[in-house]
Design a protein around this ligand. Structure first.
Ligand code: ZN
Ligand code: ZN
Ligand code: ZN
Ligand code: ZN
Length: 290
């Protein structure tokens, strides 16, 4: 059986603990604090303990996702998450009706468990609720992002990736300043161009050339979900006689898989390529609140 320790702490050695369950029933809100006013303050004086726990008992037995309040149970004590109970109505184990009875004891245990961010070694000092760890991993600024250069396997935090790019791919490095338009000349078959922003963020200009009527071009940034909506961009492709313009908010990815997004793109007619097979752009990236 795989076991792991439940830990809490900030500096120095991180203390491992499972906080003793509160005598208060959880509220309908997040209920993360164990003494949210009016509770038994004596629980705050109980000693923290270190435990080893089978992580499987903290997962919904049906969908295997991490349990989070409300946790529902049947009359025989079998538990399931709210999402599964809503779909199934009956217990998966004994077929008794399940819900609306909540398993408050397990809810208290799960809410009391704190763990360090899994990316602590990359610099994250967050101590997070076990139930919230997945959502934190998606947004953690220290979660790994992958180098977009073909055949490079580097992965690291946003800051590590930025420094990696500067030191290892200097030939591909294009710097720019937010809100200042800059010109880009792209080979019509060049699938990707990388730009480095001011604050450790990498941006990709993605070009799909196997479209019958021309090229499909879009931009995205590399980073965790916490960057979603932080940037917008404008692309203007020019030929001798005309231009096409596109504006959009910026999506984020952690890894480029070689594909271009299938929505929110600029379609550049085939005739925009110059005699040397080049596409010419004006690009402007803005950071929110600029
Ligand atoms: Zn479930
Ligand atoms: Zn049951
Ligand atoms: Zn983190
Ligand atoms: Zn690389």
């Amino acid at each position: 059986m795989v076991r792991f320790s439940v830990v809490e702490g900030k500096e120095e050695k991180r203390r491992k603990l499972l906080r003793p369950s509160s005598s208060c029933l959880p509220s309908d809100g997040e209920g993360e604090d164990d003494d949210d006013g009016g509770g038994n303050s004596s629980s705050a004086h109980k000693e923290a303990v270190t435990v080893l726990i089978d992580p499987d008992v903290l997962d919904c037995p049906i969908c295997c996702e991490t349990l989070a309040p409300p946790i529902l149970q049947c009359n025989n004590g079998h538990i399931a998450c709210l999402s599964c109970c809503t779909k199934m109505k009956k217990c998966h184990s004994c077929y008794f009706p399940i819900g609306p009875n909540r398993c408050l004891a397990l809810e208290n245990v799960i809410e009391s468990i704190k763990v360090p961010c899994p990316y602590a070694s990359s610099g994250c000092g967050e101590i997070i609720s076990y139930a919230q760890r997945r959502s934190h991993e998606e947004t953690c600024i220290f979660s790994p992002c992958f180098c977009p250069i073909a055949e490079c396997t580097f992965a690291g935090s946003l800051q590590q990736l930025w420094h990696h790019f500067r030191s290892r791919h200097v030939d591909h490095t294009n710097f720019f300043l937010y809100a200042l338009p800059f010109k880009v000349s792209l080979d019509e078959n060049e699938p990707i161009r990388v730009f480095l922003g001011e604050d450790n963020v990498l941006f990709l200009l993605l070009n799909k050339s196997d479209v019958p009527v021309g090229n499909v071009v879009t931009m995205t940034c590399i980073g965790p979900d916490s960057l979603k909506g932080d940037f917008s961009y404008q692309l203007t492709a020019r030929s001798k006689e005309s231009s096409v313009h596109f504006e959009s908010s910026m999506e984020n990815i952690k890894r480029w898989d070689g594909d271009s997004p299938s929505k929110d793109f600029l379609l550049i007619p085939r005739g925009f390529c110059g005699a040397q097979g080049k596409l010419s752009f004006d690009v402007c990236v803005r950071k929110k609140q600029q």
